[in-house]
Each structure stands twice: as structure tokens, then as C-alpha cells.
Write a protein that binds this ligand. Sequence first.
Ligand code: AHR
Length: 572
Amino acid sequence: MSCKSALIAYYSRRQASAIMARAALSRSFFSRCFLIPLSKLSHRALSISCLLSLCLAPAGMAQTGQAANADKVRMAIDVSQPGAKIDRNIFGQFAEHLGHGVYEGIWVGTDSSIPNTRGMRNDVVAALKALKVPNVRWPGGCFADEYHWRKGIGPQRVVTLNPNWGGVTEPNTFGTHEYLDFLDQIGAEAYLSLNLGSGTPQEAAEWLEYLTTDQPTALGKERAANGHPAPYKIACLGIGNESWDCGGNMTPDYYASQLKIYSRFVRNFNPAQQGKEQMLKIAVGPGGNEPRFVEWTEEVMKAWQKHQWSWDMHGLSLHNYTVVHWDKKFASVGFGETEYGQILKNTLEMEGLVSRHSAIMDKYDPQKKIALVVDECGSWYAPLPGSNPGFLAQQNSMRDAVLAALNLNIFARHADRVRMANIAQMVNVLQAMILTDKEKMVLTPSYYVYRMYVPFQDATFVPVTFDAGSYTHDNITLPRVDAIAAKDATGRLWLEITNLDPNQSIEIEATLAGSTAKSAAGETLTAPKVDSVNTFEAQNAVVPKPVSATVQGGKLTLKLEPKSVTVISIGQ
Ligand code: AHR
């Protein structure tokens, strides 16, 4: 099959997935919202669960929203009821050998005129450091299942192909050591994705021995000869990628047998990672709303429940992209309010997906030992005109900033189960944090959301209750606001509020139970239009600005601009 037909086949499968996803979604909407009388739901339950479903209903169904559309939205924040820790790993990134994600985006080579440190561009490294990126998943994606690590080590790198993504050549100049050096430079941990599709357990086991042994084995000595005598720390190991599709189209049962073999034999020998700091093994999990993925989660979790001493896993991955039509993807720029609403409605399906798979996991793992790892998510739009369609290059607008916030809030509300997530992808691909063009670099609206959310890393979830109200445009109804709160290690309270309404500002009045706060200050990200973007020429069209809020008598008040993401710090 040619690269082009492989890509077309891949995209058609995606389209089929999307159709089935919509069918599954309507079924779940009816069961959740029509079988439970609204009057029987608690205020909190209405806010954080069913309202996200109501927004998916056709216009007119979300009747409760109309009454709540008064200018003021009241919230109640209860600091005395702390929840789960919001794991910093939910702010993870994904860097695949795809388009200009790695080459040009991160790696320019030591001979480049672009300022770099050992080949890594300094501007990108500095920008990522400010995000406190906890982990970077690498080398794919679909690419991982055709990656052979030996081609990317040592002085002689062989040129191979990248058949998944544009059919271009892969120089292998950015390999294992470069990846780990890059992680060191930005201060992130490793999340390696193994080749389960076209590799062997022996190849994977040797990669891990090469990386982690402190013994004078041939592989350990080879690593030292290649410049790294000390064993590397590999925090997370992905055992395959989308093994139900581009990773080998396996049945759940077949995959579970492979999982056991790789989990058993691909060992981490680093002495520092034998106890509590052990490497976390992430199994392939579901990939969207299709019914087959329910079976997938069931089968993998069932296998784990019966697991013996010889193998284990610590996470189950979930992939879900925000796409309305796989065969006719939306433009990333130059769109209007209708496409804004459709995309946000689509992204809110993440809530149902996470809830559905968490519920299955609860059956087999009530103690929540296994994390749900959303290691691919984000918007997927049409390729930019003139770009190689296999490079997945897209712009990033104010809509993506709102989308990013909504997804992070869903993960935070499920913090007891969702303990890791990776947005796709870090630089120049899909919903990127950073775009580059030769020596130029620009930070996207999504980048600023991740930067504003830094205080939520490892903070403790604090419940916020509110009536989200609704915003309707062109038969699409969305919640008008979304919010999360958390307390950081110093005891400081953080509140994030998203105003989804692109036209109306909102007055927020929040009661702060259990807090003696006296002041509040923060930042807000908004823009003139739903499709406002930052470009290489106009870098500051969508950047955070300071926002003021008042705290008086245990009440916080502030005004939210239309289509905005706001993070407030509340303290003494
Ligand atoms: O992120 C792009 C691709 O999307 C990944 O390679 C694959 O895992 C997913 O289908």
C-alpha cells in the first residue's frame, strides 16, 4: 500500500469511528439525562456531570440554562472539602516524529545558525521550561510501532522512512540520547512508547537494558561509549500505541497476551527505580466512543485483575481527538461562531468518555490502582493550505485555548482516576503549544493556558459548585461557564473559570467556605474573535493579561470577558 493510500485508509477508519461515536453518544445522553429527573439531582451533580451532557443536547432541551442566564453566576467553593491530588502529569506533552514536531520544532542540529544547545533550539527549550512540562511522550504515536531504536544511537545514523506521516525520510539524528538530553534541558521526565507492532520483546528489552543498567554489560558499555555512563531514569513506558488500529489492528485478547510478555521482559534495571520510584507501565486502552472500545477496556482490565506476580501495569491509555468530521475536518483559522460551538460541543464528549471507562475500571480496580492516562488528546483540524497533509500542521486559536481549559478541567474533576494526560502535540503538530518557522517561534493560545494552569500541578482539588447556565448558537447549546479550584502545597487557593460564551461577559460571585482569604489576583486570556491567533508577525494577539478580583466578607467577585480562560490566586 502506498503512503498516500495508507493515510487515506487510516483517515477512513477514523471517519467510521466518528460516526459510531456519535451513535454511542446519543445513547449515553438519553440514558443519563432522561432517566434521571433533573429535580432529583443535587446542585453539584447537576453542575459537574449532567450539565456537560445537557450541552450536548439539541437546542431547546437545555431548558434549565435559559433561567440561569442572568448576568451573574454564583459559585460556592468549599476549601474544607479537599479532593484528590491533580497529578502534575496531566499536563504532559507528546512529541512524535511527525512533520516538524521534532525536526525543526525541537531539533535543529548542532551546526544550525538557530541558537541551540547540543542541537536543541534554545527558544523552544526556554518556552517549555516555563510550562514545567512533567513528561514528554516519545517517539510516537503510530511512528513508535515502526521505530527501531538502534538506528537512532551512536555516531552513524541510518536514514529510514516515516511511512505514517507524509512518507518522508527519517534521519534518525534525534534518537534516544537526544530525547533524554532534551528532557534534561526542559526539566521533564521520560515517557517512552515501545514498538509492539513491528518490533520484538527482545528489541524492547534490549532498549531498556541499554538505557537503565548500571552493570558492565555490552549494552551498558555501549551507552557509556555513546556519552552516558550513568543509567537513565525512564519514568513511564507505553506498551504499544493504538494496537487496535495503526499499532497492528489487534483484538483485545491478542493485545492482552502481548502486554503480558512485554510487561514481563522489558525490565528497568536502574537501581534507583526498583522501589517506590518504579517505572510505570501504560497499557493501550480505548480510542474514542466506538462500542468496540468498551470491550477493549473490559478485556485489558479483566486480564489485569487476574494478573500474577510475573507482570503488571500501572495505567491504561485513552486517546480522543476533538474532530467533528474526520472526512471533512474543520479549518483551524478563518471560522465563525458556529464552528466554535461545534468544536467545543465535540470536545466536551471527553467527560462521557472518561466517566464511561472509569466506571469499567472501577469494576476491576475499585482501589483505583490503575491510572487512566489520556495520552493523546486535542484538536485535529484540516492541514494548513500548502502544507504536507501528512504533517498535521494547523493554527491554534482562542477556540483552542477554551478547548484546552475544558479538557484540563475534566481531567482535574476525575483526578482520582485520570493521573496523566498528553496533549497532541507539543510543537508544530495538531494542537501545539509552539509553532516554529526556521528561526521564528510563536507561542499559541494553548501554550498560555498550560502556563496559566501551572499552579494546578500537584495541587489538591477543591469542589466548586455552580449552575453553568447555557449559551446557544445555531442550535448548539453549551454550558456558559466551567470552573475548577485547587489548593497548592503552600495552602494558596487557585480558581480557574472559563467563559464559553463568545459574546457576553459574566459577573462571578463566589462564596469561599473554609477560607480566610482577603485578596485575589490573576490572569485572563481572551481575544477579539473566536478564531484570533498568534502569528510570527503578530505574536501578542492572544496573550494573558492581569485581571482584578475582589474578596470581601468571604465572597470573591470578578468579571469574565467573553470567550476567556481566567486563573485567579486567592490568598491573604
Ligand atoms: O497524533 C497523531 C496520531 O494520532 C498518532 O500518531 C496516533 O497515535 C493517533 O492516531
